[in-house]
Design a protein around this ligand. Structure first.
Ligand SMILES: [Zn+2]
Length: 269
């Protein structure tokens, strides 16, 4: 059986979630170009879960992503956690996300990822709203307890909820803590020997990266969503220069990298 790495990018501008975001430089374009170059070199096709505001600001970038063979999927319009929205607000925000991706690319997206993996049992009505909007799959759950959001009882397996195929984050145990080692801050900061060991244990690994994960020149500011914790903020910047080196090594481990839509399509065959 081929091993699959569901590498993906959560395409968003972190400045949009800061009260003083306008003070800092635009970095999304450059960083996305760097990811696109890397993907081209590796011949990897992946999924860009794109925030509506970013699609609205950079339609040319979205067009380029599609032209290069990647999937564009949804990541909300305004990057507000689902738990902070009413069902109506969520529906409205999702429709706006679809609209701006459609405007930029001519494509109607079929996949969704909740901001900060904020789909939890409290807001499981979100699946009904996703189904009403013709979404096919979601990759929105952190299936363990987590300081931010988590839904342990969901379990780790891919499941259908209200007709939506949910692909939860792949987790590995690190000193009794369950961590989503395939992407973001965990992939970047944890010892690489442990990361590699986790990859070799799993047949399918989900991965999620942000423009800032590789940005070694981004100005220092307190990142949103970490409750002003200085240590977490240090981690938000730590080891960004090694992300591509680490990915390079993972690429030699025999994983096939796949767009989420293709992966889901394969599941149903
Ligand atoms: Zn995000």
């Amino acid at each position: 059986m081929t091993k699959t790495y569901l590498f993906s990018i959560d395409l968003e501008d972190v400045r949009d979630s800061l009260s003083n975001g306008g003070k800092f430089s635009e970095r999304v374009l450059l960083m996305t170009e760097a990811y696109l170059n890397f993907l081209k070199c590796k011949d990897w096709k992946c999924t860009f879960f794109t925030v509506g505001k970013t699609a609205e600001k950079h339609p040319e970038l979205l067009k380029k992503i599609v032209e290069e063979g990647h999937e564009v999927a949804l990541h909300s319009y305004s990057h507000i956690p689902v738990t902070k929205q009413s069902r109506e607000d969520f529906n409205h925000d999702l429709k706006k996300n679809i609209e701006f991706i459609h405007k930029a690319t001519g494509i109607i997206p079929i996949g969704y990822r909740a901001p900060i993996f904020s789909l939890t049992n409290e807001v499981d009505w979100a699946y009904k709203v996703l189904a009403e909007n013709n979404i096919v799959y979601s990759s929105s759950i952190f299936p363990a307890n987590n300081p931010l959001f988590g839904w342990k009882e969901f379990g780790r397996k891919i499941k259908k909820v209200n007709g939506i195929t949910e692909i939860p984050m792949t987790l590995g145990s690190f000193f009794n803590r369950e961590l989503a080692f395939g992407g973001g801050v965990y992939f970047r900061t944890l010892p690489f020997s442990w990361i590699k060991q986790q990859f070799s244990k799993h047949d399918m690994v989900t991965g999620y990266f942000h423009p800032y994960d590789i940005d070694i020149e981004q100005e220092k500011f307190m990142h949103p969503g970490i409750n002003n914790n200085k240590f977490y903020n240090f981690l938000m910047y730590y080891n960004r220069r090694n992300v591509f080196h680490r990915l390079e090594k993972i690429s030699k481990m025999g994983f096939e990298v796949m767009r989420y839509d293709k992966f889901v399509n394969q599941l149903t065959q």
